[in-house]
Design a protein around this ligand. Structure first.
Ligand SMILES: *Cc1c(COP(=O)(O)O)cnc(C)c1O
Length: 376
């Protein structure tokens, strides 16, 4: 009966014609890699984020890895983070040679439970890496209070937070290291890409060197390599997409917010779904995620929704239960709240080009699918 309706994916980027034209212009220009567009994108991001220093990279992962390197975190150090995130969050800590110390999440916000950080501290703890899951900001006041009192650095995994705000200030305009992702599914995309906001004690020139093989150019143009760097620079093609997306950022965020409001209106309490915290103007509504009632088989629910023409996502499986993390000692039962959420969470379709009718269609399908479960 739904064959005539288009398939609704859980997300889809919004690129306007001006952005597409700007990319074509870069393609015709003869300069594809890091150049004028990268510079312009960094300047525009800096203007957006209270004139802080911003360095763009080829992924959010690269930005996180760079932050750890610039903070001098590696072998023998420990970083506290959440097990309910994309695996990049903790992979970069392992890759830096440091120990990942997960602590459980708060059930309502689904973000790291800040009350569990101090009990988890050891003499090796050097940093906290919080994640704003779905674009809902972690309490920055408490976070930075804990960091200050315990002499810890903060590396904000703000991969999902572009356009989110904390007390009237954009995420990225305040804080220590702040890493964004511009992956295709993120609110602001460059296809693949990322950015790192640098704190004042970090030398931006060192960040630039590390971003491209450690290469340093003297004023005479002579090149030297004194440190081992990465290959993390962004292309002008990607930066052109980013510049176009920045023009749309506030529109994109506003549209996402309205769609989230519609979900809150349309989802009926009797369906037994656990909703995200209500909108308080801070989240950028990167995702709208609900927990299925206990006893509903998620894989079958997702399959049924798919047969109704609706794509759902799972963000995310608990990181500590992946094989790699089990081999370093984590096990089922370590973080019960994260595990419960990870097993029941689904991401509903939410992207700027969706209509209100699309939201209603998702909600009708949810009702239909949950009713068929209950009638068995
Ligand atoms: C997307 C994402 C990353 C990684 O960003 P990439 O650009 O894919 O490297 C890291 N952490 C979180 C929470 C993310 O959502």
């Amino acid at each position: 009966m739904n064959e005539s309706k288009h398939f609704l994916p859980f997300t889809q980027p919004s690129l306007d014609e001006a952005t597409i034209a700007a990319v074509v212009e870069v393609l015709r220009s003869g300069w594809l890699t890091s150049g004028a567009k990268v510079q312009a994108f960094e300047t525009a991001l800096s203007a957006l984020l209270g004139q802080r220093i911003v360095k763009v990279m080829n992924s959010g992962t690269a930005a996180l890895r760079m932050a750890l390197r610039l903070a001098n975190i590696g072998e023998g150090d420990q970083v506290i983070t959440t097990p309910l995130s994309w695996v990049a969050t903790s992979n970069v800590i392992l890759e830096a040679g440091a120990k990942v110390a997960f602590v459980d999440v708060d059930f309502a916000s689904r973000n790291i439970d800040l009350a569990l950080i101090e009990p988890a501290l050891t003499p090796q703890t050097r940093a906290i890496m919080p994640v704003d899951l779905a674009g809902l900001p972690v309490d920055r006041n408490r976070l930075y209070e804990i960091a200050r009192q315990n002499h810890l650095r903060v590396i904000e995994d703000a991969a999902q937070s572009m356009g989110a705000v904390w007390q009237q200030q954009r995420i990225g305009a305040i804080g220590d290291f702040v890493a964004f992702s511009f992956h295709a599914n993120k609110n602001l995309t460059t296809g693949e890409g990322g950015a790192l906001v640098l704190p004042p004690d970090i030398d931006p020139a060192l960040c630039e060197q590390l971003r491209l093989q450690g290469v340093k150019r003297g004023r005479d143009g002579v090149m030297d390599v004194a440190v081992l760097g990465y290959k993390s620079n962004m292309t002008d093609i990607a930066a052109a997409i980013g510049l176009g997306q920045l023009q749309q950022l506030d529109l994109i965020t506003a549209r996402r917010r309205l769609l989230a409001h519609r979900y809150f209106e349309q989802i009926r309490p009797e369906w037994g779904l656990q909703l995200p915290p209500p909108d308080n103007g801070q989240s950028n509504w990167h995702m709208f995620q609900v927990l299925l009632p206990l006893g509903i088989n998620r894989a079958r629910f997702i399959e049924k929704m798919r047969s109704q023409g609706i794509g759902l996502g799972v963000h995310y499986p608990a990181i500590h239960l992946f094989s790699l993390y089990r081999t370093i000692g984590y096990a089922r039962g370590d973080f019960p709240i994260a595990e419960d959420i990870a097993e029941r969470i689904v991401t509903l379709p939410l992207f700027p080009a969706m209509t209100d009718a699309d939201v209603d269609r998702v909600c009708q399908a949810i009702e239909t699918c949950l009713v068929t479960f209950n009638s068995k």
